[in-house]
Design a protein. Structure first.
Length: 346
């Protein structure tokens, strides 16, 4: 995947002017989680902030120009963060530009409610067939190659009729350093499987401990499953929840050295929009100080299963009625009312 290159302003004026900054690469899931949890520790805020700001990459142009969705009054103060990820790092000279061969292998919309008491994360399957503004219907992960990160943001905003406030992307390769910095991560694997490839690894059902390359294989695998990306997304959610449990544990938060190591290991693999710096994340961390892993709820974009597009592609078919319910809940800041979030990864 190639690399890429609002909170205080009124919802009605959330239009981002295009800005130009150098960008390298990176993509994935947990950027906000890891940094928020780390800064909550509080002991070395300045050093952590300096490490994060110096090692992460800034996405120069993350948001589309023109009219964008606005929040309803009931949701004023909530935040929507688009989290993206990829299996491969990109060339440093093509920061998310249209026309590249990049694809977003993982896509999640993280919603942080006004009361800051919970976090809701919705995975979007990469083969979801949807309207890409200006390009007709296509798989949602094609938006990056067609128009870079701004088009991905526009596509997601149109899907939910809700604004995206921040973007964070991370390379899967960062998982290796992250899990090592945490001393490994214990996950409750829902189904035993053998990962594909010559160096494939067997993952038993139940509690297993992941570290380094094993963590990477666990979150990447989809060919071992009859339902492909559906199970891969579930495994990614299980992994993220487990990482949150480790990062937010007393053992981590009371160990400044471990916190600093986590931030140092993950930051080089992270790209963020220019407003999502350490100061912004630190402020958000204070508001989320009482949130623990059990307060983070996961779900997947409602779909009707798989199908075939008119041009013969294997696709995931959207559940328009289900997505409309999600969009309405986002507009009212009431995702907790949806049954979709009643069952989170174990």
């Amino acid at each position: 995947m190639s690399e890429y290159d609002y909170e205080d302003e009124p919802a009605s004026s959330r239009v981002r002017p295009k800005k130009k900054h150098p960008v390298r690469t990176t993509l994935l899931i947990m950027t906000a989680f890891v940094v928020v949890a780390s800064i909550v520790a509080g002991a070395y805020v300045f050093n952590l902030a300096n490490t994060f700001n110096s090692k992460t990459t800034t996405i120069g142009t993350a948001f589309p120009s023109g009219d964008r969705p606005a929040l309803e009054p009931a949701a004023e103060g909530s935040l929507n963060v688009l989290l993206l990820g990829s299996d491969a790092r990109a060339a440093a000279d093509s920061p998310g530009e249209a026309g590249s061969d990049s694809r977003s292998d993982t896509m999640m919309l993280m919603h942080i409610p006004v009361d800051r008491e919970e976090i809701f994360v919705m995975s979007i399957l990469r083969d979801t067939w949807t309207e890409i503004p200006g390009h007709g219907e296509n798989k949602i992960n094609a938006a990056i190659s067609l128009g870079g990160i701004p088009l991905v943001v526009q596509t997601v905003e149109n899907l939910f009729d809700a604004p995206v406030d921040h973007v964070a992307i991370i390379d899967f390769e960062g998982f290796k350093g992250l899990t090592d910095a945490l001393g490994g991560v214990e996950v409750n694997n829902p189904a035993a499987f053998q990962s594909s490839g010559a160096d494939g690894e067997f993952f038993a059902q139940g509690l297993i401990r992941l570290q380094g390359e094993s963590a990477l294989k666990f979150v990447r695998e989809r060919y071992a499953f009859s339902d492909g990306d559906y199970q891969r997304v579930r495994n990614q959610q299980v992994f993220v929840k487990a990482v949150l449990g480790e990062v937010l544990s007393a053992d981590t938060l009371t160990d400044p050295g471990k916190v600093a190591n986590v931030v140092s290991k993950i930051s080089p693999y992270v790209s963020i929009d220019e407003d999502l710096d350490a100061a912004t994340i630190g402020s958000l961390a204070v508001s989320l100080r009482n949130v623990r892993s059990g307060d983070v709820h996961f779900s997947t974009l409602p779909t009707l299963g798989t199908g075939t597009s008119a041009d013969g592609q294997s696709i995931v078919v959207k559940d328009e009625a289900g997505i409309a319910q999600v969009a309405e809940a986002l507009s009212k800041d009431s995702l907790e009312s949806l049954p979709l979030f009643s069952e989170s990864p174990q």
